[in-house]
Design a binder for this molecule. Structure first.
Ligand code: T1G
Ligand code: NAD
Length: 701
């Protein structure tokens, strides 16, 4: 075995197998082969009375090597199930010593061992459903035998990693340890030998599955909740089926059934989409001209200018990451109002039991208010979040340029404005970039990192590191109006408005988009975000709109009726007091119908498929333009922006991945058709045309 990422050593009567395949000890073919061979070595060594398996580097194992999926190697013997069966059937006790993470196949490997010990800060779980599959090497059959059906359902169907103390509590782990896994494993194995502890096959421990045999109500109830929570996802429901099999079928039959389900899901579009999302999320941090080891600047103190909707959330994002932050406002009244809202938000988290009183007090004390720019002098990074007005933002940046220390990073949270023009208001454009948070900023995971023409590489690298610190997904984008997310959003909304003028109603469009997999449709989303920001942006754009270009003013008229959405109890829909359920409003429907008449448009019905085409194809088309212009580095980055910032369904992989599943040719042809009918706003992007003609997709870029 030339490429053997496993090592074997003996510590007295204990044989030690170490997995050493950075970065995450993925159980690719070479690793499986190595473990299998080392196991035979230990089993055939008469001196060895017990065996320990542990991982090298930062974890036990992240499971099957996802990169091998779709290649022959994934199923070249020994398969993972064969390796696990060999361990389980061993005549000597085998101990899994887990540190860092044991996920998926890594956890299944441990389930096949006779004993499991885990580092106090380790995490264990079977997150396969997050990849659109189910555990495929016995996880759905062995886990319920160890922890019982309810705990197994929670772990597998929700796909979360459990902290080791919890894993110990439910019986997944036999003992917790501190320190090195190899040493802890050997110590435990020696105790076993002394105590005469022998092999203990998980497959034989049937008590806990028998306890749930025939209790269909457990599974029926879980299916009901899961169908609601994981709307449209195949894997979570399939996992319930497989766990139910564990209670009703003999082990081997349950294993066979698990394999059938696994293979079906592995080939599914949903799983391909979710695996794409997994790797796309990891690719976003790789910037072609900025090496991963580029030194970053320290961000230990932060500042925020403006404590409105975004300023409050941004300040809380810093505080939640343990970074002390000062917020500056125009006057005491505005400052007090902003700080009060922050306290209220933490108080509601306290009331919901999400944080303790102590945490609440600490977080609130991490945020301080000021009216004095001098208090920004020692900040390492300042984020501006004042009104969306270029003149005002330039004034703020000029002031920050005067007071902030050399080397401080100055960021703007603008949604649409030109970051280079803002940077030019300072004498240090290399230290300026956009940090585009999404509302609510302390919750939404996406952070668009807007790289200006002169933004220094270490500033971009620092922003990427900061995104991780704030538990956000940072995506680097170039400067253009609306950057990646909002620019595509505008194309999507534009067509949604036009579809209303041509015959659909808000609730029909929202239903089609919801059924597609979004958490909500455009009109419910607009009412939730507030119609004010969009109105200002459209007013701002009006001056530059080409004469004669089609424009729908329905939403402007709604805003001018002081209907700003949920916060005013009415927008596209109306809302009962204290209730966020959108209620179709005849007044708005009448306004839409009257608009069609005024425009001379004969209204018609729209199928859900037509609504999807009309709203999502232009969104993809705008994505293609953004790739062409180099505003987005990769198609996968655009997918990550939409998955984390706009609720694009993960089981569709993101707009660009979805476009490939639809076929770029299909989308191109449809856009050509729509352009002929509705005008050049729907003209296909050059890149889309190129790919269509070459029979390629965005994945080929
Ligand atoms: N296979 C291949 N590559 C993987 C991988 C895996 N399982 N897990 C991580 N990587 C790569 C990742 O792309 C990145 O690469 C690097 O490792 C560091 O990852 C039969 C079939 C373990 C919690 O779902 O959740 O087992 O970008 O940045 O933040 O039932 O990685 O550096 O080139 O995420 O410290 C089930 C997936 C597989 C766990 C660590 N396993 N991994 O997080 O590092 S299916 C999972 C994670 C399975 C069996 C089935 C996380 C992590 P690069 P990272 P991290
Ligand atoms: P907002 O109106 O809620 O808050 C702006 C705050 O800035 C107000 O509290 C105001 O008092 C303060 N302010 C104004 N002039 C100031 C000055 N000279 N010095 C200090 N403070 C000043 O607006 P918002 O929604 O928080 O938006 C802020 C910025 O974030 C805008 O650029 C907007 O485009 C952008 N943004 C908004 C959203 C969103 O969903 N609301 C999302 C992303 C980005």
């Amino acid at each position: 075995m030339s490429d053997d990422p496993t090592q074997y050593s003996r510590k007295g009567a204990v044989g030690v197998i170490a997995i050493d395949r950075p970065p995450v000890n993925g159980l690719g073919h070479a690793v499986r082969e190595g473990i299998h061979a080392r196991l035979q070595e230990a089993l055939s060594d008469p001196e060895v009375l017990a065996i320990v398996i542990h991982g090298g580097g930062r974890m036990f194992s992240a499971g099957a090597d996802i990169k091998e999926f779709g290649s022959e190697l994934a199923f070249t013997p020994p398969t993972l199930s064969e390796v696990i069966d060999a361990i389980e059937g061993a005549g000597k006790p085998v101990v899994a010593a887990i540190h860092g993470v044991a996920a998926g196949g890594g956890c299944e490997l441990a389930l096949g061992c006779h004993y499991r010990i885990a580092g106090i800060d380790a995490r264990l779980g079977l997150p396969e459903v997050t990849l659109g599959i189910i555990p495929g090497a016995g996880g759905t059959q062995r886990l319920p035998r160890l922890v019982g059906v309810p705990a197994a359902l929670d772990l597998i169907v929700q796909g979360k990693l459990n902290p080791a103390p919890k894993a110990h509590e439910i019986g997944l782990v036999d003992e917790l340890f501190e320190g090195e896994p190899a040493a802890a494993g050997v110590l435990y194995a020696k105790k076993l030998i002394t105590a005469g502890g022998g092999p203990r096959r998980t497959r034989d421990q049937n008590e806990r599955v028998e306890a749930a045999r025939g209790k269909d109500e457990i599974f029926a109830q879980y299916r009901k909740e899961t169908a609601r929570r994981a709307r449209g996802l195949e894997a979570p429901l399939a996992a319930i089926d497989s766990i139910e099999n564990a209670t009703n079928l003999p082990f081997e039959e349950g294993m066979k059934a698990e394999r059938v389900i696994f293979d079906r899901l592995l080939a599914s579009e949903q799983s391909q989409a979710m695996r794409h999302a997994f790797f796309a999320e990891r690719e976003v941090a790789k910037i072609p001209d900025i090496p991963r080891d580029t030194p970053t600047r320290e961000v230990k103190k932060a500042g925020v200018i403006g404590c409105g909707t975004m300023g409050q959330g941004i300040a809380m994002a810093f505080a939640n990451a343990g970074i002390p932050v000062r917020v500056l406002e125009v006057d005491q009244e505005a400052l007090d109002a902003g700080l009060e809202k922050i306290e209220k938000t933490y108080d509601s988290s306290l009331a919901k039991g999400r944080i303790s009183q102590e945490d609440r007090d600490l977080l609130v004390s991490t945020i301080a208010g000021t009216l004095d720019y001098a208090d920004m002098a020692d900040a390492d990074l300042v984020v501006e979040a004042v009104f969306e007005d270029m003149g005002l933002k330039k004034k703020v940046f000029a002031r920050l340029d005067e007071v902030c220390r050399a080397g401080a990073i100055l960021a703007t949270n603008t949604s649409t404005l030109d970051v280079d023009e803002i940077a030019a208001a300072t004498g240090r454009p290399g230290d300026v970039l956009g940090l585009h948070f999404f509302s609510p900023a302390h919750v939404m995971r996406l952070l668009e990192i807007v790289r200006g023409d002169q933004t220094a590489k270490d500033v971009v690298a620092t922003a990427l590191a900061l995104a991780q610190q704030l538990k956000k997904t940072g995506v680097v984008v170039g400067v253009c109006e609306g950057f990646v997310g909002n620019r595509m959003l505008l194309a999507y909304l534009r067509e949604a408005y036009f579809v209303l003028e041509e015959g659909a109603l808000p609730q029909e469009v929202d239903k089609a988009i919801c059924d597609f997999g979004f958490p909500m449709g455009p009109f419910t989303m607009l009412d939730m975000a507030g119609l004010g920001v969009g109105y200002l942006i459209r007013k701002h754009q009006a001056a530059r709109r080409p004469a004669g270009e089609r424009y729908s003013d329905i939403e402007d008229r709604i805003v001018e009726m002081d209907r700003l959405g949920q916060k005013t109890g009415a927008g596209w829909y109306r809302y009962e007091k204290g209730d966020r359920t959108p209620i179709p409003d005849p007044e708005i429907e009448a306004m839409i119908v009257e608009t069609s008449a005024k425009l001379g448009i004969e209204r018609r019905t729209f199928s859900d498929a037509e609504i999807i085409e009309r709203c999502l194809y232009p969104l993809v088309n705008e994505g293609a333009k953004l790739l062409d212009e180099g505003i987005a580095i990769r198609a996968g980055d655009i997918d990550v922006v939409w998955l984390h910032g706009y609720g694009f369904p993960r089981h569709k992989g993101g707009p660009m991945f979805w476009a490939d599943t639809m076929g770029v040719r299909t989308i191109y042809d449809k856009l050509v058709e729509l352009q002929a009918e509705h005008g050049d706003l729907l003209a296909p992007a050059e890149l889309l045309e190129e790919l269509a003609e070459q029979g390629k997709g965005f994945a080929d870029l």
